[in-house]
Every structure is written in structure tokens, then in C-alpha cells.
Design a protein around this ligand. Structure first.
Ligand SMILES: [Zn+2]
Length: 423
């Protein structure tokens, strides 16, 4: 993709996700010739088009309809300090700004992929925006090897080997900051040890054998479409981030279709989805690393026909603070979820029988501490709805925490709900 198209797509995503204001934030990509493509200054981020993206040539001449971003000097300084960085995202997303104004660096050891993706994070002291001194401060931090930097009383800047890489890092960083703030609102965050994270990383499943012939029936293809559609929707609704999460749907018997690993979730297409038939996978495709957990749940529960495993910020505030997510909040939450249990980190690893053993009709969702939530159901849309209800419930509990303690629906009222909706 041309740098102008890449930048237009990513700035649109960032704006729609509420991670930048129309005036704040800027993105750049350096091409092979050493020319830098960058967002323009003072143009509405909500309606930015490819022709608005400006090119600053190596010799400093500007090509395009606008002036480059006023923060271009620090983009240039980073590229000079770090030839391995080929794209930069800078913005003022709310949770990272919270860290920047209390002058703290978020600890990435809360979820397994965050440390690996974001790495240790640098910290640049305050300097006047658009000035040379700010460029020096930030480039100095990147010069030490960081890929992400908190800017004091300003925001954040992240670099990547390409724009996709930078965007995934930026999104994971803000997600982790939101989760930490939520966890601190309701309790205290607990962190994973480096050993736990290494253990998680070594969990990439030994790949199951490939099938020789692939059969795509119309039903199989409609499942594929459904998964791709709902993955996209989960990303748009803030229920899944690019770097983590998977979905599967039972096809026939214990055969199912599942999302791949290492594909950014928001750009997953139909052809990326992988068929698993009689314990074999489609040739040349790598299924999600939690493949065996999905297979185990389908085998143990004939009534389960779809599974979503994901991280959403408010659910994860519970998952990271090891606080019970009590869904006796409103009738909808209890009827949809009844009882959400949480299990220790490590119980999601391949071959562990704990989670398939806990899932039941009265317990469709399980939280894995510091990892994610597993939601099960019949149709995929029903499972998606359950996930949405879980995140809404968690959000109300986090937001309500400063107001007072939850007064749950009483046991008698729960019995009434059970009789009316679940029998
Ligand atoms: Zn800024």
C-alpha cells in the first residue's frame, strides 16, 4: 500500500476509536528513498483523505496541498536516530495522557503480549511542542533503544518497522494503560512475572497435521463470513485489539473454523480463517495459539457452537486486579452470564482440563487472570452479545466504584429471573 493510503487508514482508525482529537496527533512513514510522508497541520482528522498527506523530501522540499504537521521535527529526529524505525504514531490518547500528567510509566507486565509488543517504555521530559528541544528529548529516548515513549505532560510517541507494527504497539499501549487505570479504580493490579510471560510465549502449539484436500461447502463459507464480520465488529466496538483475541465456530461434529495467529485482527479476511477437520488444519495456515482450548471445549460441550477469547478493557480491569466480576447487577447481565469465575494464569495452556471443566450452561464465560475472557454460546452472535454484556457490566462496575458498593440483585429476585427466563 502507498504511504498515503496507509496513513489515511490508520489515522481514521485512531480517530474513530477515540484515541485522538481532530487537531491532535500525527503519523508518518519514511520510504526507501528517505522521503517522509506525514499528516498535515490543522486539517480535520475526521475527514482526512489520501491527497491531504504531505511528503517532505530528503532535501527538505515539501510536496502536497498543505504544510506538514507542526510536530514534524521530532518525527525527523527519530528517523535520524533509529534507521530501523520506518513509521511513527504520535497522539494524546486519554489513558496514556493520564500517565503522562502524573509522570508515571505504565508497567506492561499485566497481560502477556503487552511486554513483548511494547517493550520497556521510555520517558521524554517536557519541551515546547514543535521545537528542536522536544525533538532532542524524544530522539534521545529512541536512541536508547525504546520503541515507545511517554511524553511528559503531552502524550505518547511509538515507532515501528512499518505503520502496522507502530499502530499495533500504540493500540496495545493505550489498552494496557486503560486496563491499569480500571484495575486501580476497583483494586490493585497484579503483575505477571517474566517467567510467566516466557512460559506463555513458549505455548505456541505444535502444529497439527495439514489436511490433503480442503472442502469448502456453502455452510463452511457462511461460517467464514460470519467470523470475519464479527471479528471486525469486535474491533470496532472496543471488544478486541489487533494484538490478541480469537473466535471459532463449530462446523460439523467436532470440526470447526478458527481465526489465525499473527494477523492483525482488524484486517482479518475470509481467506485467513482456518478450517480444522478431524484434527487436521488447512495447509499453509497457522491457527490461533489457543486452538487446543477451543477443541477441548467443543469436545466436552456439544451444546457449545461458538467461542470467543478476547481482552476488553473493563473486563480486564477485573482480570488484572483479580477482583470478582459479579454480574448480579441488572437483569440482562445476570440472565446472560449468571456466574463468571476466574482462573489462575496458566490454566488456559494447551492440555489443561480446568476451563473445559468449568464451562457449563450456567457458566458460559470464564476469566483467565492477566490473560482474557473466554465466552461460549450457541450462535456466534449470541456469544458476541454475551461478551458485549460482560464488558458493559464490567464498565458499569468500574464507573460505579467511586459512587459506592454494588448492591446486587437479591437471591429471591435471582430465583424469579431464573424461573422467567432460564427454565
Ligand atoms: Zn502532540
Amino acid at each position: 500500500m502507498h504511504p498515503q493510503d496507509q496513513i489515511t487508514e490508520v489515522i481514521g482508525r485512531i480517530y474513530r476509536a477515540g484515541l485522538t482529537t481532530t487537531s491532535g496527533g500525527n503519523i508518518s512513514v519514511i520510504d526507501r528513498q528517505g522521503d517522509i510522508w506525514v499528516t498535515p497541520t490543522a486539517i480535520d482528522k475526521g475527514t482526512l483523505q489520501r491527497k491531504d498527506i504531505v511528503c517532505v523530501k530528503r532535501d527538505g522540499t515539501v510536496k502536497g496541498y498543505h504544510r506538514p504537521s507542526s510536530e514534524f521535527p521530532f518525527h525527523k529526529a527519530i528517523y535520524e536516530a533509529r534507521p530501523d524505525i520506518r513509521a511513527i504514531v504520535h497522539a494524546h490518547p486519554p489513558a496514556l495522557v493520564s500517565f503522562s500528567i502524573v509522570r508515571q510509566i505504565p508497567d506492561m507486565n499485566i497481560i502477556p503480549q503487552a511486554r513483548h509488543i511494547c517493550g520497556p517504555i521510555g520517558y521524554a521530559g517536557y519541551a515546547l511542542p514543535g521545537g528542536e528541544e522536544l525533538g532532542k528529548e524524544i530522539a534521545g529516548q529512541f536512541g536508547k533503544g525504546f520503541h515507545a515513549v511517554i511524553m511528559e505532560n503531552h502524550g505518547t510517541v511509538v515507532g515501528g518497522s512499518d505503520l502496522k507494527d507502530a499502530y499495533v504497539r500504540f493500540e496495545t499501549l493505550e489498552f494496557s494503560a486503560r486496563t491499569l487505570i480500571g484495575a486501580k479504580t476497583i483494586g490493585e493490579p497484579r503483575y505477571l512475572t517474566d517467567e510467566q510471560i516466557s512460559e506463555f510465549e513458549s505455548q505456541i502449539p505444535e502444529d497439527i497435521p495439514e489436511m490433503e484436500e480442503v472442502e469448502h461447502t456453502p455452510e463452511e463459507q457462511s461460517i467464514r463470513r460470519n467470523i470475519a464480520l464479527l471479528v471486525r465488529r469486535a474491533c470496532d466496538q472496543g471488544l478486541m485489539i489487533s494484538s490478541y483475541g480469537n473466535m471459532s465456530v463449530r462446523w460439523q461434529g467436532n470440526d470447526f473454523l478458527i481465526t489465525p495467529r499473527d494477523v492483525p485482527r482488524w484486517e482479518m479476511g475470509l481467506e485467513d480463517i482456518i478450517q480444522i477437520r478431524e484434527g487436521k488444519r488447512e495447509p499453509g495456515k497457522l491457527p490461533s495459539r489457543s486452538l487446543m482450548l477451543h477443541a477441548g471445549i467443543y469436545e466436552a460441550h456439544p451444546e457449545v457452537n461458538s467461542i470467543i477469547l478476547t481482552q476488553a478493557p473493563n473486563i480486564m480491569s477485573f482480570g488484572v486486579s483479580h477482583t470478582k466480576l459479579d454480574v448480579r447487577t441488572i437483569p440482562e447481565s445476570w440472565v446472560f452470564l449468571q456466574d463468571i469465575i476466574s482462573v489462575e494464569f496458566g490454566k488456559q495452556f494447551a492440555g489443561d482440563p480446568t476451563i473445559p471443566g468449568l464451562i457449563s450452561k450456567n457458566r458460559p464465560a470464564v476469566i483467565v487472570q492477566n490473560d482474557g475472557i473466554i465466552v461460549t454460546g450457541d450462535k456466534l452472535l449470541q456469544t458476541f452479545d454475551r461478551l458485549e454484556v460482560a464488558e458493559f457490566s464490567a464498565k458499569s462496575l468500574v464507573m460505579g466504584h467511586p459512587l459506592g458498593e454494588l448492591v446486587p440483585i437479591s437471591p429471591d429476585q435471582i430465583e424469579d429471573l431464573r424461573r422467567k427466563f432460564l427454565s
